[in-house]
Design a protein around this ligand. Structure first.
Ligand code: ZN
Length: 224
């Protein structure tokens, strides 16, 4: 099989030879985009879309309420430059598995990880249950990064919302990295707790209107 010339995708690298006995006299070919190793058109279609859809030209706003490293992550995400498995593959790095490490059921692209992954959706839904002012479902992750979260004219509430939304994306990225590099698989509940802690720390340090909030009240609900 040749190369996807228009997409930069090396199709050969998506198939892995699996030897079924120690003498290696028999073998089968495994498709790395599906957990059961069976080739499907839809999994390849999703991967090609992730390489051919136009990335957002929107500028990335710098947010002083979150750490520099998080702003940098978002700058890369807006340009589809995160080292997700599809991007590593496109750069010619040979990977035996390009599935999302959080759900293990679809190819890992930036949009999948931050938007359509079942784990990400569950985390978002649980955070919405905690504080219903937060979005209950994922839209485009670019909107999460660029939207000014200032509903009802309350700057304190708006800043809290913005920080929590961005801590959610950071928490997902962290969980993904821990799964790959530390072999630590985080459940949605663990990621949710991590997001609550991250957002609390960032807000206490960076948002002056929120310096007096306590962890005890925070975990119940940030604001009425
Ligand atoms: Zn996933």
């Amino acid at each position: 099989m040749g190369y996807g010339a228009d997409t930069g995708i090396d199709l050969d690298s998506l198939f892995t030879d699996v030897h079924e006995d120690p003498s290696r006299t028999s073998r089968r070919v495994q498709w790395s985009l599906e957990p059961d190793g069976v080739y499907t058109v839809s999994s390849l279609r999703n991967l090609i879309d992730s390489h051919t859809l136009v990335t957002s030209p929107m500028p990335t706003p710098w947010d002083n309420n979150i750490p520099i490293k998080v702003n940098k992550l978002f700058w890369k995400a807006m340009r589809n430059r995160l080292p997700t498995r599809d991007n590593l593959l496109q750069q010619g790095i040979n990977l035996s598995n390009i599935l999302c490490p959080l759900c293990n059921s679809d190819a890992e692209t930036c949009r999948h990880l931050l938007e359509t992954c079942s784990t990400t959706k569950e985390v978002v839904a649980k955070l919405h249950y905690w504080w219903p002012l937060l979005p209950g479902s994922m839209g485009a992750y670019e909107d999460w990064i660029t939207t000014p979260w200032l509903p009802n004219g309350s700057s304190k509430r708006g800043k809290m919302l913005g920080v929590i939304v961005k801590a959610t994306l950071w928490g997902i990225w962290n969980a993904r990295n821990q799964s790959i590099f530390s072999n630590k698989v985080s459940s949605p509940n663990v990621i949710v707790r991590e997001v609550k802690m991250l957002a609390f720390d960032w807000i206490k340090i960076r948002v002056k209107e929120c310096k007096s909030i306590s962890w005890e009240s925070w975990v119940v609900q940030p604001m009425p």
